[in-house]
Design a binder for this molecule. Structure first.
Ligand code: C2E
Length: 777
């Protein structure tokens, strides 16, 4: 019996393992101690009951005593043995489990702490003490707030409270400065189940996530850089299907990521980008090479835009292409600016015609072809007649409109291969390939005819004419410079010979331009060489026939060129800038002569001096005249400044200012050549003038030409209406004088009374005709 019990017990003890119980009897771990205890109790009870049963059969008290002693000892030995086996087995298991746990914990790189709700440390485990915020031996017993900086400690306590409420807390992060390194830790907190403790304890797992954090930060930076990049960015898979687009892509194209993702990038295409460009792109990309180029794409709203693209394959560490990335810039504005710059550099912004630069390009091409084929070509210089007057009187807007209209008309007349360019102002240059003299004549006539047709502008209907100069290649020159110069000279000839006509360049014109050049050079020395002098033409009162003034007229007598007409050399002096110097000389000498005559006792007269437009524009003019008058001591009322109608109307507002200054100095002003320009009556009223000089072109045929009669009559009536005097110049006949007198013209100047005279002749003329009355009004 005893043997049986012992055998079962040993077997039980041997097999007494958690595994045995769990596997055989499906007991839980917490039931194991109860079972062992029950097993022991059962064994002990059986032992006592069984041994007492055996002893009841023995009668020898001594034997009984010995057996009881043996039984007791045997029980002690057996239970001790059992206890030993049991304890040894369990201890081994505990140790093994402890070792396993320790080994497991050691493999975890995280820090483990046991803390209470106040954050007081009770235990810790760390495989890396360098990650502890304080030395390990100083940790236990301290609180988190004593060890960690406040911010980090607060987060820890927050995690503990969260775990206290819900059992666990995950994901809270703290940043610590360990040594010189910033470290990031992520906390996982679990409330520890401890039945004996009244205060809850927590296991805090603190994971070093510094690297992850840095990677995250890096990734965040990268993704922000991509997302916030001002260039449109697109990532596709290897098939070219869009996987990602950034905000700039949406901003530029108008397509949202939802609309773009899943599409092929060509959905933006317009079929304007050549197919071979796409082929080239893919050929590069599949070879792992970068590609750059420009596309014409279309936005969601249908608008076209130019895009510069840099496409790059994305290659993984194994060398495989995983994606493609395209960075695109909207270069529409740049393209437009480039086009604009190109246009402005090569074309006239007003008319859209080629400018000089573009014309030169085309000229070079035409001349190279003409040279090879030995064909002539023509260069025509077109200048609009009286354009300045249109501009001055009708305004620049009308002038611009006219130029645009004329450009279109020129284009409609000429051939495709002809070049029509605008050099500026009202000057056009035509380069006409394969054009000889005969063809040029036909074209020039056609141009004049067509241009002369009425042009309807928005507010006006105008009829304008051109003066055309023609130079032929190769007879008149074989370079642009020469042909242009010669065509210009021919055009100038057309102008002076009546306008609305064309002239071919001739040898004689060549000589004329040579003469202009020589005169220009000679004029530089005219003053020093005493080659200039003044003559004076009397101005007579129409009613009393008395001399009331004189006009000073300049003469140039050159030792070689002889007497050069002021009409010729004044224009040259205006061009080469000598007019200011010469004009001052005239002012000084004419004023000095007037003073001399007064001093000599001649009846005082008004000296009329011509002023060039260039002089009139000089802001120093009023001071210059004042200083000369002062220097010579001539009262200003003896001086009259004659200004041509064109000079006055060039910039009327400025003219008013200058005239007012001169008027305030007591100087009289008159308008010369009146009727030839386009005077605006409103300005005429504002000009501080006292006299209008009727141009001699109206006087010449006044007795025969009804139009001239009407014009002169109108000018005189208008002058009276404006309270101005009138003087007629170029009066040669008595009938002209009669007509003028009848019309009420105040003064007369012309060969009828006298040609311009040198001072001594003028003095004799005055002496002969002076009737003693004072002439200064
Ligand atoms: N056929 C004809 N002609 C007559 C008659 N009476 C006068 N003339 C001429 O008509 C011109 C009148 O001068 P202008 O209209 O001011 O026209 C002047 C004036 O614009 C300019 N000029 C002359 N001297 C000066 C000057 O000192 N300064 C400036 N800026 N221009 C001047 O040169 C132009 C030509 O001057 P001139 O050759 O002296 O020619 C003068 C004069 O000699 C006539 O009855 N019949």
């Amino acid at each position: 019996m005893l043997y049986c019990i012992a055998k079962i017990t040993i077997k039980m003890v041997k097999k007494m393992s958690l595994k045995y119980f769990f596997k055989r009897f499906y007991f839980s771990r917490t039931q194991a101690p109860l079972l062992v205890t029950l097993g022991y109790t059962l064994t002990a009870v059986l032992w006592i009951l069984g041994s007492s049963q055996l002893l009841s059969h023995i009668e020898d008290p001594k034997l009984i005593h010995q057996i009881e002693k043996f039984k007791g000892l045997a029980f002690v030995f057996i239970t001790s043995g059992l206890l030993y086996v049991l304890l040894r087995s369990w201890y081994k298991r505990i140790m093994a489990s402890h070792d396993q746990l320790k080994a497991t914990l050691d493999t975890i790189p995280d820090l483990l702490f046991e803390v209470d709700l106040d954050g007081r440390y009770f235990d810790y485990h760390s495989s890396r003490d360098d990650l502890l915020a304080a030395p390990a031996d100083k940790l236990i017993g301290k609180t988190i707030h004593e060890i960690l900086p406040k911010d980090a400690a607060d987060v820890c306590i927050e995690a503990l409270y969260e775990a206290n409420v819900s059992g666990s807390s995950h994901g809270k992060q703290i940043e610590l400065l360990l040594g010189e390194e910033h470290k990031w830790f992520e906390l996982s907190v679990a409330r520890k189940i401890d039945l004996h403790s009244t205060k809850p304890h927590f296991i805090v797992l603190s994971r070093d996530i510094t690297e992850r954090k840095l990677t995250e930060e890096q990734l965040l930076k990268l993704s922000q850089a991509i997302e916030q990049n001002t260039s449109a960015l697109m990532i596709t898979d290897v098939q070219g299907t869009i996987e990602y687009v950034n905000a700039a892509f949406t901003r530029i194209t108008g397509y949202t990521p939802q609309e773009a993702v899943g599409q092929n990038p060509q959905f933006l295409g317009l079929f304007k980008t050549p197919t071979n460009l796409y082929n080239d792109l893919w050929n590069h990309l599949i070879k792992g090479e970068q590609w750059s180029g420009e596309f014409i794409n279309r936005k969601k709203n249908g608008e076209e835009y130019f895009q510069s693209i840099v496409a790059t394959p994305i290659i993984d560490k194994n060398g495989n292409i995983t994606n493609y990335m395209a960075v695109g810039e909207d270069i529409t504005n740049r393209k437009k600016s480039e086009e604009q710059i190109h246009f402005l550099a090569n074309f006239d912004p007003l008319t859209g015609l080629p400018n000089r630069v573009q014309m030169e390009d085309r000229f070079n091409y035409i001349i190279s072809i003409s040279r090879r084929n030995e064909h002539p070509f023509a260069l025509m210089f077109l200048d609009l007649d009286h354009f300045k007057d249109i501009n001055d009187s009708l305004g620049h807007k009308v002038g611009d409109e006219l130029l645009i209209n004329l450009s279109q008309r020129l284009k409609s007349i000429l051939r495709e291969e002809d070049t029509i360019s605008r050099l500026g102002g009202d000057e056009f240059v035509l380069v006409l390939p394969d054009t000889d003299a005969h063809a040029a004549t036909v074209i020039a006539q056609k141009l004049l005819e067509s241009i002369h047709q009425t042009i309807v502008l928005s507010e006006y209907e105008l009829s304008v004419t051109f003066s055309i100069g023609i130079a032929l290649y190769p007879s008149d020159g074989n370079s642009l410079e020469v042909l242009l110069k010669n065509a210009d000279a021919a055009m100038y000839r057309a102008k002076i010979e009546g306008r609305n006509s064309y002239r071919f360049f001739t040898e004689e014109m060549q000589q004329q331009s040579m003469r202009t050049l020589e005169l220009s050079n000679a004029l530089h020395h005219a003053i020093q060489n005493n080659e200039l002098h003044l003559v004076y033409q009397p101005q007579i009162s129409a009613n009393s026939s008395t001399i009331i003034g004189a006009e000073a007229l300049l003469r140039w007598n050159h030792p070689i060129f002889g007497n050069v007409s002021p009409s010729e050399f004044i224009a040259i002096a205006e061009d080469n800038g000598l007019i200011l110097q010469i004009g001052e000389w005239v002012l000084r000498n004419a004023i000095a002569q007037t003073k001399l005559w007064i001093d000599k006792g001649l009846p005082p007269i008004i000296m009329a001096i011509n002023l060039s437009a260039v002089q009139f524009r000089d802001t120093a003019l009023p001071e210059l005249i004042a200083s000369i008058l002062q220097e010579i001591q001539l009262p200003p009322e003896y001086l009259e400044i004659e200004l041509t109608e064109r000079a006055a109307m060039h910039d009327p507002e400025k003219a008013i200012v200058t005239m007012n200054k001169l008027h305030n100095q007591g100087i009289r002003m008159s308008i010369d050549d009146f009727g030839t320009g386009y005077s605006s009556l409103s300005y005429l009223k504002k000009f501080n003038i006292y006299k209008l000089k009727i141009d001699q072109s109206f006087i010449r045929d006044i007795n025969t030409d009804a139009e001239d009669k009407a014009i002169v009559g109108a000018i005189i009536d208008m002058a009276k209406g404006l309270d101005l005097l009138t003087i007629a110049e170029g009066v040669e006949t008595v009938s002209q004088l009669k007509f003028l007198k009848n019309q009420g013209c105040d003064e007369i100047q012309g060969y009828l009374f006298s040609k311009p005279l040198i001072p001594s002749e003028f003095e004799s003329f005055v002496a002969e005709r002076f009737n003693g009355s004072t002439l200064v009004s």
